[in-house]
Design a protein around this ligand. Structure first.
Ligand SMILES: Nc1ncnc2c1ncn2[C@@H]1O[C@H](COP(=O)(O)OP(=O)(O)O)[C@@H](O)[C@H]1O
Ligand SMILES: N[C@@H](CCOP(=O)(O)O)C(=O)O
Length: 320
């Protein structure tokens, strides 16, 4: 058994417009988890993004780790867990998925990796209920996924290197559960065809580096129109961003974060950022902006000898 395991997990953006519960992309915004066996369970959460998360055995990381031990037939009831996260909670950047992936991979590594990555993907999807965010955090890059309730399938595509992602993160939380309650129970055939065709086009456009198709390919009639009321300013940004320098724009996951895909060499980046922020502000929302890139690796086990403390390791990573 390994003594101390540390993992670095990327955040993710799901759906990218039409690919509801199916498409995802990993982002260069990370959570760090350290896990080891202990005499008594102790969970230390660092940084303001984890405020309010329980530190007893009801913690998601602890519970997910126990599901790995159970599946592997190993008994490790007490754990010492430390976590630091750059990912804001409940904003549509896959914080729950990154916590689940971090916990699964750390726990599996702690007991010598008996479970395959594909098995971890299935377990993660069973817990998260949709494979888009967990697939991106696990495998990195851009993923097209499918889930039939028992098996999770995926294809990973390396997103073009010139792609940058501008996210505008409002200062309010919107739980995925609440954002799913806004969705209709059924769709017209016309809207289903609208989404299937754009989602297919989006996968092809990312694979082929066809930036010219992204704006059309990221349009959606399945969830964004129904979630628009929950995110003031979103509908306007989605219409306008492609006219102001974005390659395409979408709600990130279930929201409230809104994102734009932008070419690295786009000259109107600054104006686009101001436009998206001011539009949110004009609808009464305070927000932060961040420029990110696709993460190409997915979750990583930090193999360097752990001679420094967890927090010193995090400081070094976040600075770098
Ligand atoms: N590190 C963590 N430890 C425990 N629970 C977490 C952690 N990160 C996220 N969660 C849980 O996931 C919830 C957010 O998930 P969700 O509503 O799907 O939003 P998102 O995944 O977009 O941030 C949090 O309210 C919390 O319950
Ligand atoms: N496909 C899901 C994605 C939820 O992503 P999150 O980052 O908001 O948790 C949905 O749209 O409900």
């Amino acid at each position: 058994m390994n003594n101390i395991v540390r993992v670095k997990v990327p955040a993710s953006t799901a759906n990218l417009g039409p690919g509801f519960d199916s498409l995802g992309m990993a982002l260069t915004l990370y959570s760090y988890i350290e896990m080891q066996q202990a005499e008594e369970t102790c969970i230390a959460l660092h940084g303001e993004n984890l405020d309010g998360i329980p530190t007893d055995k009801s913690n998601l990381i602890y519970k997910v780790a126990q599901s790995v031990f159970e599946e592997a037939g190993v008994d490790i009831p007490e754990l010492s867990i430390s976590m630091y996260s750059e990912v804001p909670l409940t904003r549509g950047l896959g914080s729950s998925a990154s916590a689940i992936i971090g916990a699964l991979v750390a726990a599996n590594e702690l007991i010598g990796s008996p479970l395959t990555k594909d098995r971890l993907f299935t377990l993660a999807t069973q817990i998260e209920k949709h494979p888009d965010n967990v697939g991106a955090s696990l495998f990195g890059g851009f993923v097209a996924t499918a889930w039939d309730g028992n098996n999770a399938h995926y294809v990973k595509i390396d997103p073009p290197k010139e792609l940058e992602i501008l996210v505008v993160i409002p200062h309010f939380q919107l739980s995925t559960t609440k954002a799913r309650e806004a969705l209709p129970k059924s769709l017209s055939l016309q809207d289903a065809v609208y989404n299937i065709s754009r989602s297919s086009l989006l996968v092809g456009a990312v694979a082929a580096g066809r930036y010219d198709l992204l704006a059309a390919a990221m349009r959606d009639r399945l969830h964004q129109p129904y979630r628009a009321e929950l995110v003031p300013g979103m509908a306007e940004i989605l219409e306008q961003a492609p006219l102001r320098g974005a390659l395409g724009a979408s709600l990130s996951g279930a929201g409230p974060t809104v994102l734009a895909l932008v070419h690295r060499e786009e000259t109107r980046k600054h104006e686009l950022e101001n436009y998206m922020l001011q539009t949110m502000n004009s609808h009464g929302l305070e927000a932060d902006t961040l420029w990110l890139q696709p993460d190409h690796n997915g979750v990583q086990i930090m193999t360097k000898k752990h001679t420094d403390s967890f927090l010193d390791m995090v400081k070094g990573e976040v600075k770098a």
